[in-house]
Design a protein around this ligand. Structure first.
Ligand SMILES: [Zn+2]
Length: 345
C-alpha cells in the first residue's frame, strides 16, 4: 500500500501544477522541504525512455511508494530549481522560452545536462548543445553577434544604475559562465566551445568569484554588490583545473605578443602620406593600450576600426587601414586556440 506523502508541509509549484496532471514529482526545495510538481506522465515518457520504462504497465511505478492527493509521487534527487528548468524546457520547448526568457535565464546547463544523461533525454541534450554553440561561437562573426547582444544588455544595466539591476537581476546573472562551459565542453566532446570560453575567461577579473556573487549569504555583501552593480562578470575560478589555470596565466603574455606581432605588420606597411602613416602608428599604440586595459584584443581592434574617422587618416588611406585591421582581427581570432594551448586538448 502506498503511503501519503507525510513530511514537513510540501510546497506545490505554482507554474507546474496542472489540475489534470497524473503524476507528482517531489524534489528537495530551497529550505529542505519537499517541492512538488504536478505534471503529466506522457510528457516525461515522451522525452525520456527512463520515465517511459518507469510508467509502463507492470513497470516499477505501478505501485508507487508514496502518493500526494491520491496521485503517485516520483521522488527526484535533483534540486527543485533545476527540475523547474527541465520542465520549462519540456513544456515550453515550442517557443524556445526556456532559453530566451530574460527573467528566468537558464544560462547554466550543467545540472540540466546531468539530468538529460541520467534520464536519457536526448533531444533536449541536442537543444542545449545547439544553444551552447551560439553562446560560445567558433566563428568570428558568431563572436561579434554574441558580443553585440551582450553590449545591448550591458547598456540596459548601465541605465539601471546605481542598482544595476534589470528584472531584479545583475548583468552577471543573465549571462553564461565560462568555467562551467569549459567543463561541459570537455565532458561532452564539444571542443569547439573552448576557444571562446577561454578568451572570455581571460577577460574576467579573478576577484569576481561566481560563487561569492551568487551565494545567498555572500551576494549582498557590499563589495560584491558594488562589483555586480558595475556589471562585472564573474567566473568559477576555484573549479578551474590547475592545468587550465596555468595555460591561462601563460596566455596573458602570449596574447600580447601575438597582438604585437600582428600590429607590427601594420606599422611596417606605410600609407601613401607620411601624416597618415604617423596617425596609423598612433592608432596602433592606442589599440595596444585598449587591449591591455580590457584584456580584449578583439574589442580593441574593432573599436579602432569603428573610430577611424577620428584617427586623422585621410580618406584614401583609410580603406587600407580598414582592410589591414579586419584581416588582422581574423588572424587574431584564428590564433586563439594556440594562445590558450587548446590544440592539445
Ligand atoms: Zn593618406
Amino acid at each position: 500500500m502506498p503511503t501519503a506523502l507525510a513530511t514537513l508541509s510540501p510546497i506545490p509549484s505554482r507554474e507546474f501544477w496542472f489540475r489534470e496532471g497524473d503524476v507528482v514529482l517531489s524534489c528537495p526545495g530551497p529550505n529542505g522541504q519537499p517541492f512538488l510538481y504536478r505534471i503529466h506522465k506522457f510528457m516525461l515518457a515522451r522525452h525520456s525512455p527512463h520515465f517511459a520504462d518507469m510508467f509502463k504497465a507492470e513497470g516499477p511505478f505501478e505501485q508507487p511508494l508514496e502518493t500526494y492527493e491520491g496521485l503517485p509521487v516520483v521522488p527526484l534527487a535533483e534540486p527543485a530549481v533545476e527540475v523547474f528548468k527541465l520542465l520549462c524546457c519540456l513544456y515550453n520547448a515550442m517557443n524556445g522560452a526556456a532559453f530566451k526568457d530574460d527573467q528566468r535565464p537558464i544560462a547554466r546547463y550543467d545540472w540540466l545536462l546531468r539530468m538529460c544523461d541520467k534520464y536519457k533525454i536526448a533531444p533536449l541534450r541536442e537543444v542545449i548543445f545547439a544553444q551552447l554553440k551560439i553562446e560560445w561561437p567558433d566563428t568570428l562573426s558568431g563572436w561579434d553577434a554574441r558580443e553585440a547582444q551582450i553590449a545591448v544588455l550591458g547598456k540596459q544595466h548601465l541605465a539601471a544604475r546605481p542598482s544595476g539591476r534589470v528584472h531584479n537581476m545583475y548583468l552577471d546573472d543573465r549571462l553564461p559562465e565560462p568555467v562551467a562551459t569549459i567543463g561541459i565542453a570537455r565532458a561532452n566532446g564539444l571542443l569547439q566551445l573552448l576557444p571562446a570560453a577561454f578568451y572570455d575567461l581571460a577577460r574576467r577579473d579573478p576577484r569576481a568569484d561566481w560563487d561569492a556573487f551568487h551565494g545567498i549569504t555572500t551576494r549582498n555583501l557590499p563589495a560584491n554588490q558594488r562589483m555586480l552593480a558595475e556589471g562585472m562578470r564573474s567566473a568559477r575560478w576555484n573549479t578551474l583545473g590547475a592545468q587550465d589555470l596555468l595555460a591561462l596565466a601563460a596566455a596573458k603574455e602570449r596574447q600580447l605578443q601575438c597582438l604585437r606581432e600582428l600590429l607590427g605588420r601594420i606599422s611596417n606597411t606605410p600609407l601613401l602620406h607620411p601624416p597618415c602613416t604617423a596617425a596609423q602608428d598612433k592608432l596602433v599604440d592606442s589599440i595596444q593600450e585598449t587591449a591591455i586595459l580590457t584584456r580584449d584584443p578583439l574589442f580593441a581592434l574593432q573599436r579602432a576600426r569603428k573610430h577611424l574617422d577620428a584617427a586623422g587618416i585621410c580618406h584614401s588611406c583609410m580603406a587600407r587601414t580598414i582592410y589591414a585591421l579586419t584581416a588582422l582581427r581574423m588572424c587574431y581570432w584564428r590564433a586563439i586556440p594556440k594562445i590558450y594551448l587548446l590544440e592539445r586538448s
